[in-house]
Design a protein around this ligand. Structure first.
Ligand code: DGT
Ligand code: CA
Ligand code: CA
Ligand code: ZN
Length: 573
């Protein structure tokens, strides 16, 4: 395969950039860049010109030395000078040149003084305030770099589904304005409610595909159009999120929706199953030979393969197809099953709203009960409650309960688990509460043995009820602490303790696989929001989705029970 002109040009540009970083003579650097430009804009193929032994020095900016290099590239596919240079200087340094405020000189300084080799190193150093101290840099440059990185780095990370949700909604609203839009959905990991998503995959059926594409490509939030065509376009938004839009025919909509919802693992299993039936399945339909036998709806696609429709949250290739064939798919817990929330904060600590405002929202959501669980005293940054303030709040709750109709507030606390496994408030007050939500908020870096024992010891407290956000992870920000979760779950089961599925989008802790483990071990769970405002109670849908991804039914979740039953459970525990 002959190299194209632009591939040849790229090699010269790279060589120029590296020599530049190395402090090579600027004239020589410019000469390589000029040559690259000439090569890139040549209408004729240089490979062909070399084959016909044409005189390359006729081209602007190409002298004898460069002409020789071009010949070598065409004949061998390599530019030896570039390969030698790459042994001296890591290639990733070149990407640093694209950062605002960084020229070759500065990149060289960063490399030689701070060993910064790539964007991640740069980000770390800038955050640590190391850049401003370098010769020729200053706080301004550091700030500029940080700003630039904030815009750039997100491309590489996965987005919280929650972050992508508002973007998806804005895009859908815009596209719905098109004439003749019929179906419009976000497929992919977004539809499967994965906690993070790599990109958005939007599917539409529409009378006029061109108009919908035009509207999509005119969206203000677009940074770059990666590709566009009559049935598929792909863009990157300013925040780094990539979005694919596909226009599909109505008779293929179900097949496309199934295919692009994935997951890949699910699709691969499905294809194998189709083959066993002598069928072919793809994004256009299910085919027997040339004949399409299904495709308009997902239901008919699955039905062709002897399967019931499978909810997107289960489509991860974790046994859902086998379960479908055997008619034993679980009836997953739904938002409507949830009868109350068991973890939230008020203004008394770090929440935004009052007891009454929280209660009103819970009632408006159709709940029977809401547990108030403000922080305990160790968490001074959150103005955590000591015994006295907690008792005052308990009185307020009782007074409010006497007044409120249709909702019951439960008296609770989110009590810190201290390093030695004791709880942050004395038993004499914990025993007067309806429940405790117990959390690790400090000393994250204990060994697995110590961390596990700390939690097990806490569970021995007779007033321990719910273990909040059991692993402490924060998606994209903090790893889970080291614990033997299975042992903790076993202990919870033995002692009648409950584990929480925390609905905060950056927590979603337990995760989906841990939910499955809890189910297998028979541990009781609750789904709570950890809301810090009345609006925050609305995040319950995220916890429910995570539970669904973990194959959980209402049976597994205690806050699907009416208040009387829940209370009995909290007592016996
Ligand atoms: P993401 O975007 O990384 O969070 O994950 P997905 O699942 O949205 O994956 P994406 O956007 O790459 O592709 C969307 C769906 O398209 C994916 O879930 C299944 C389907 N798909 C993509 N590539 C393949 C493939 O190579 N084979 C099969 N069978 N399906 C694929
Ligand atoms: Ca995707
Ligand atoms: Ca995609
Ligand atoms: Zn909390």
């Amino acid at each position: 395969m002959a190299l194209s002109n632009s591939e040849i040009a790229d090699l010269f540009d790279q060589l120029a950039e590296i020599l530049d970083i190395e402090g090579e003579n600027p004239f020589r650097v410019r000469a390589y860049h000029n040559a690259a430009r000439t090569i890139r804009t040549q209408p004729r193929s240089l490979a062909e010109m070399v084959a016909f032994k044409e005189d390359l020095t006729q081209l602007p900016g190409i002298g004898q030395a460069i002409a020789e290099k071009i010949k070598t590239i065409v004949q061998t596919g390599h530019l030896p000078q570039l390969e030698q240079a790459l042994k001296r200087v890591p290639k990733s340094l070149v990407e640093l040149l694209k950062v605002e405020g960084l020229g070759p000189k500065r990149v060289k300084t960063l490399f030689s003084l701070l060993k910064i080799k790539n964007l991640e190193d740069l980000d770390r150093a800038a955050r640590g305030g190391k850049i401003r101290e370098l010769p020729g840099f200053g706080p301004k440059t550091e700030e500029l770099i940080l700003k630039h990185l904030q815009r750039r780095l997100p491309q590489e990370k996965r987005f919280l589904r929650f972050e992508a949700e508002s973007i998806a909604e804005a895009l859908l609203t815009r596209l719905r304005g098109c004439d003749g839009i019929d179906q419009i959905v976000v497929a992919g990991s977004f539809r499967r409610w994965k906690e993070t998503i790599g990109d958005l995959d939007i599917l539409v059926t529409v009378r006029n595909g061109e108009e919908v594409m035009r509207r999509f490509l005119a969206y203000e939030g677009i940074e770059e159009i990666l590709s566009h065509g009559p049935t598929r376009s792909s863009v990157r938004l300013q925040n780094g999120l990539q979005v694919d839009l596909r226009v599909v025919a109505a008779e293929s909509f179900g097949a496309a929706l199934q295919y692009f919802t994935g997951s890949k693992a699910h699709n691969i299993e499905l294809r194998t199953l189709a083959l066993r039936h002598g069928l072919k399945i793809n994004e256009y339909g299910v085919f027997r030979g040339e004949q399409r036998i299904a495709g308009a709806s997902e239901e008919e696609v699955y039905a062709c393969l002897g399967l019931p429709w499978i909810v997107p949250e289960l489509r991860e290739g974790r046994g859902e197809i086998q379960a479908g064939l055997e008619n034993r798919l679980p009836k997953l817990v739904e938002l409507a099953d949830i009868k109350g929330d068991l973890h939230c904060h008020t203004r008394e600590t770090d929440g935004q709203d009052t007891l009454e405002e929280m209660a009103k929202m819970a009632k408006a959501m159709g709940y029977e009960y809401l547990a108030i669980t403000d922080h305990s005293k160790r968490l001074t940054v959150a103005k955590g409650l000591d015994e006295k303030r907690l008792r005052q709040q308990m009185e307020q709750i009782e007074a409010l309960n006497a007044k409120l109709k249709g909702i019951t507030l439960l008296k609770g606390i989110e009590v810190d688990i201290l390093e030695d496994g004791s709880l942050d408030l004395p038993d004499r007050v914990l025993k007067d509460l309806d429940l405790t939500v117990c959390s690790v908020h400090h000393k994250f870096h204990l060994s697995e043995k110590k961390q596990t024992e700390r939690i097990l010891r806490a569970m021995d407290n007779p007033y321990f009820r719910i273990l909040a956000h059991p692993t402490g992870r924060l998606i994209n920000q903090r790893e889970p602490y080291e614990i033997d979760l299975e042992r903790i779950m076993q202990a919870a089961k033995e002692r009648g303790r409950i584990l929480e599925i925390n609905s905060q989008p950056e927590r979603l802790d337990l995760n989906d696989e841990q939910c499955m483990l809890a189910r297998d071990l028979g541990v009781k769970l609750v789904i709570s929001t950890d809301a810090h405002s009345a609006i925050g109670l609305g995040l319950m849908r995220y916890g429910v989705a995570q539970a669904r991804r973990g194959w959980l039914t209402a049976e597994n979740i205690l806050n699907t029970r009416p208040l009387s039953e829940l209370k009995a459970w909290l007592k016996q525990a």
